[in-house]
Design a protein around this ligand. Sequence first.
Ligand code: CA
Length: 380
Amino acid sequence: MLLSILLSLEAIEGIEMRRREFLSSAVVGASAVALGGCHRAPKEEQQQVTQSKSKKVTLKLATSWPAHFPIMGTGVDQFAKRCFELSGGSLEIKVYAKNILVPALQVFDATSAAQIDAFHSGVYYWKGKNAAFSIFGGMPLGLTSEEMITWMKFGGGYELWRELYGKFNLYPLIGGTTGPQMGGWFKKEITQLSDLKGLKMRIPGLGGEVMKRLGVNPVLLPAGEIYTSLERGTIDATEWVGPALDSMMGFAKAAPYYYTGWHEPGSILEITFNKTRWEKLSSEHRAIITAVSEEMTGTMLQEFRYKNAQALQALPKYVKIKQFPKAVMDAAKEALDEVLHDESQKSEDFRRVLESYQAFSTLNRPWDDISTKNFLEIRS
Ligand code: CA
């Protein structure tokens, strides 16, 4: 009895220390709120917290990016650093760049099979595993980053994502988001729908599916081959991310028409754990990882915004920023409806996730119209 009281006191002291660290480092996550003074955890929760051992744990996390790749790679480096700091050194996450432990696009399988503990990647890469995963990655003409995160946290997205990833013994968390992406670099101007016919464009995911129905020939190329293919004319266009990362690739020299975005308004990245490994972590470590993943998501969005704004100003003068003609976007909307309909027919999971996504979208739109959209129009 005495021992258990002493252990509880030690745990509470630990929590109080952690609480101060959380507050002083301005982590504004759900866990920080849960540990705040105005909220008393229910009995079961307190029980779980007091049972936390928080002995030293080392996890292996593989990414789909080159080492310290700007924003995405540096973001996950910072994630590991913050987990280490907030746990007082008891949670060490070793980050491995792509192809060090496993190839870039095998991180999902390797984590599922417990060869590694976790990965940092993009959800849209795994639509071959389950078509519904492409919705969690982001939807053409769909939700923005902020809206995506809201759907995930409050609109049922997380529950569905975790249910479907659970079948692969995986536990996913949002691990960053890009904000709105640009529509891509084209060698020639697109003035009408027929200009797209027969174009070869590097564009993955649902955006690629839509483009295909507009006559484009979508191709998948690894990052390292895009510039050369564009320069040699093997492809006519490519999308990538936005000014900050696109500038590093030098696309402007080969394809100076830079189109505004429509196909990836709010793509999210993931930090995903092997589920068995996740459940064996102490509740303290799980709380830290959850809070830091939220911190990482916010920081990455802000970093993308800032660096895109800077890079836009620094684009060469010969770059021509264009909007797709209305006829092209109208055709894209129609094609998207067809794609979503067809995918829903083929996959029950896709239909269920889409239903939840669209329910949030319908709820959100009227408020967004009279708040953000209205304000941005006034401000401009
Ligand atoms: Ca992209």
